[in-house]
Ligand binder design. Structure first.
Ligand code: FMN
Length: 338
């Protein structure tokens, strides 16, 4: 299997929900939510890609870094690369339904494992989506991370219990899912959390808790104070608020405030190993990849997912060699060209 075949298969199976464009930048699918696009004008989706494109790398090749370290320790496990699968749900209404929700998330999780990393799984308007994510992780303990929507407090606590029973590595909440009116229409209301409510849900589990959807320094600080083991600097792939900045635009300032006090993930527009290195240099400890892995899963199942993740890993290795970066856990901002 090669990426060309994977992409051709995916173009067929995704039925136009995703056009499998040469560059996945939010243009062709603008406004397609539900679907694979960004909300409204898709300016937030495009901002993710554009902000990363503006970051440039300083090439250095006279140095002693011959075998860079790409592995990363995370909550008692070791990942082969600082790249995780982003949580994604809605195989029917977002991706055309050629794969069931259960099969889609199972292939993502298995592909991640095959490549030596892990998948986050999501939660959506249909409650079986959350269950499909938990089921995907059950075969291999501590191999997935369950991300819960900002539902009513008692529902979140019940979902936390289910995640603990399923044996996930960590759990968390995409707090930026607060405005999803489609969920309210389906009897699954979500909304913003107060600081105290966030503190309460984090305190309700012993598992590491991730707050996903942080875009400002003050909310990063609040998440840390509430007890978050990690944050995800993310605008949800531009799917929840039009006219937000790109993750790469806000990451450095956030990292300057909270780095070392919590683990920092970042996502949005990551399309290559070089993009991964850019986000690490801006302060992320690891990154998440979203839409490209939908293409990989639909086009090649777990093999396709592993193939793409390993391609990103190889590109990251190459970019590390060409910037003199020895270790993914210590990426210097001096590799960025300003
Ligand atoms: C179709 C689709 C479904 C998504 N579902 C979820 C979800 O259930 N929970 C969540 O936290 N994020 C969800 N996201 C956001 C991703 O986790 C991630 O933040 C985003 O896709 C990263 O940007 P990228 O796709 O440009 O890589 C979804 C994204 C897409 C494209």
């Amino acid at each position: 299997m090669d990426m060309k075949t994977v992409r051709e298969n995916a173009r067929h199976k995704l039925k136009g929900f995703c056009r499998v464009c040469p560059v996945c930048d939010g243009r062709a699918c603008a406004g397609e939510v539900p679907g694979m696009g960004g909300l409204g004008t898709a300016s937030s989706f495009k901002a993710n890609v554009e902000a990363l494109a503006r970051v440039r790398l300083q090439m250095r090749t006279i140095h002693p870094v011959k075998e860079p370290t790409l592995s990363l320790a995370l909550w008692g496990t070791t990942l082969a690369m600082p790249i995780l699968v982003a949580p994604m749900t809605g195989s029917t209404y977002n991706m055309g339904g050629a794969m069931t929700e259960e099969a889609f998330v199972a292939e993502l999780a298995a592909g991640a494992l095959q490549a030596g990393t892990i998948a986050m799984t999501g939660d959506g308007a249909d409650p079986t989506m959350y269950g499909s994510g938990l089921a995907a992780g059950k075969a291999h303990p501590a191999s997935t991370i369950a991300i819960i929507k900002p539902r009513a407090q008692e529902v979140v606590v019940q979902y936390l219990r289910e995640a603990e029973e399923a044996g996930v590595l960590a759990t968390g909440m995409d707090v930026d899912g607060a405005g999803l009116v489609t969920m309210a229409m389906k009897g699954q209301p979500v909304g913003p959390k107060t600081f105290e409510e966030l503190q309460e849900v984090i305190g309700a589990t012993k598992l590491p808790f991730i707050v996903k959807g942080i875009m400002t320094v003050d909310e990063a600080e609040a998440a840390v104070r509430a007890g978050a083991a990690a944050i995800v600097v993310s605008n949800h792939g531009g799917r929840v608020l039009d006219f937000a900045p790109g993750a790469a635009e806000v990451l450095a300032e956030i990292a300057d405030r909270v780095k070392g006090r919590t683990i920092i993930f970042a996502d949005g527009g990551v399309r290559s190993g070089a993009d991964v290195l850019k986000l690490l240099a801006l302060g992320a400890d690891a990154v998440l990849v979203g839409r490209p892995l939908v293409v990989a899963a639909f086009g090649g199942g777990r093999e396709g997912v592993a193939l793409m993740l390993n391609q990103f890993k190889n590109e990251l290795l190459q970019a590390m060699l060409l910037t003199g970066t020895a270790d993914v856990s210590q990426v210097s901002r001096a590799i960025l060209f300003r």
